[in-house]
Design a protein around this ligand. Structure first.
Ligand SMILES: Nc1nc2c(c(=O)[nH]1)N[C@H]1C(S)=C(S)[C@@H](COP(=O)(O)O)O[C@H]1N2
Ligand SMILES: [Mo]
Length: 324
């Protein structure tokens, strides 16, 4: 068996999990080691995709969508059996094995509320929304603040198209996006010390950047539940926690939204959260990342490699703490 010796700067990923601050670390490790043993027993050669058959399957006829060749990768696409079995979705638990629990998520029917500083607030069914949009596939990198990464073929539409549909007024400076709130559908939301519902936000300029993508599918089919069915965000130049899952409310505001992780631990997770290898997390280095499904560690890139598309957004904001 190949045993990799860790160098000092390589923080073991289980110690880098944010929840380790709040939960009994020993109990957590016990639980996740048990999970690891169970998944090894299943055999690494198994090609089965966990969670298969979940998601907003009524829209399956829209997939696969045409790939947009403008969005390319510097690495291989992560095989689905890895990315579909290693997820952050605190509504379904604080370890990476959320797929069995996320069977309880009911992504159809699904309604999205659009409110706040818009010409006229409205609600729209997910299926209506997705059929109004021109879906495309984009290959994106994803970098979690815990120093692991993946590369996946998301399907969706630019967030700017949704902004155009919503018609925000001139006073809107930010867009806030929230996950559903339903303790019966998401047992994790019974944990009272988290500021549910999961909330994220962007400036209007960030939301209108071409890279900001509303995701409805991955690997050429509707999102499986564990990926945040039926609708999630992908902002690949920011740490993964910005990419909020299972969105059912989008609010335009004049004030910067208070985000889930900022509410939990403001000293570690802030609003901007742009990937920056030079700024360590208070508890671990961000200089490199483990590539999901491989033994590889690669250097982390500023803005996760998307500087050419987004660096201009932050001119004049140099004094802000961009990393968090
Ligand atoms: N609602 C919700 N959205 C969420 C999270 C979460 O716990 N709940 N986790 C975030 C984090 S930390 C990451 S890294 C990504 C993980 O996306 P993936 O599971 O599809 O890889 O989702 C983000 N969106
Ligand atoms: Mo993350």
């Amino acid at each position: 068996m190949h045993i990799k010796v860790k160098r000092g700067w390589e923080m073991p990923e289980r110690l880098a999990t944010p929840e380790a601050v709040f939960l009994n670390r020993r109990a957590l490790l016990g639980a996740s080691l048990g999970m690891a043993a169970a998944s090894l027993a299943a055999g690494p050669a198994s090609a089965a995709v966990p969670g298969e058959g979940t998601g907003a399957v009524k829209t399956a006829d829209l997939y696969p969508a045409k790939r947009n060749p403008a969005f390319t990768l510097d690495r291989a696409v992560t095989p689905e059996r890895y990315s579909a079995d290693y997820n952050n979705f605190y509504e379904y638990g604080t370890n990476k094995t959320v797929t069995p629990g996320s069977n309880a998520l009911k992504p159809q029917p699904w309604t999205i509320k659009i409110d706040g500083l818009v010409e006229k607030p409205f609600e729209i069914g997910f299926e209506d929304l997705v059929r109004k949009m021109a879906l495309e596939e984009r290959l994106y990198r994803h970098r979690c603040v815990e120093a692991w990464s993946m590369a996946v073929p998301w399907t969706g539409f630019p967030l700017s198209a949704l902004v155009a549909l919503a018609k925000p007024t001139g006073d809107a400076k930010y867009i806030q996006m929230q996950t559903f709130l339903d303790k019966a559908m998401a047992p994790g939301q019974r944990a009272f010390f988290y500021p549910w519902p999961y909330t994220e936000g962007l400036t209007m300029a960030e939301a209108n950047n071409d890279l900001a993508f509303m995701v409805t599918g991955v690997y050429g089919k509707p999102l499986l539940n564990q990926f945040g069915a039926p609708l999630r965000l992908a902002v690949p130049w920011k740490y993964g926690f910005k990419s909020v899952k299972s969105i059912n409310r989008i609010t335009f505001t004049a004030e910067r939204p208070k985000t889930f992780w900022e509410g939990l631990q403001a000293s570690e997770y802030g609003f901007w959260a742009n990937v920056n290898p030079a700024v360590p997390h208070p508890r671990w280095s961000q200089a490199s990342e483990r590539v999901l499904g491989t033994d590889e560690r690669v250097p982390t890139l500023i803005y996760n490699g998307y500087g050419a598309q987004v660096a201009d957004l932050y001119k004049g904001l140099e004094k802000e703490r961009l990393f968090a």
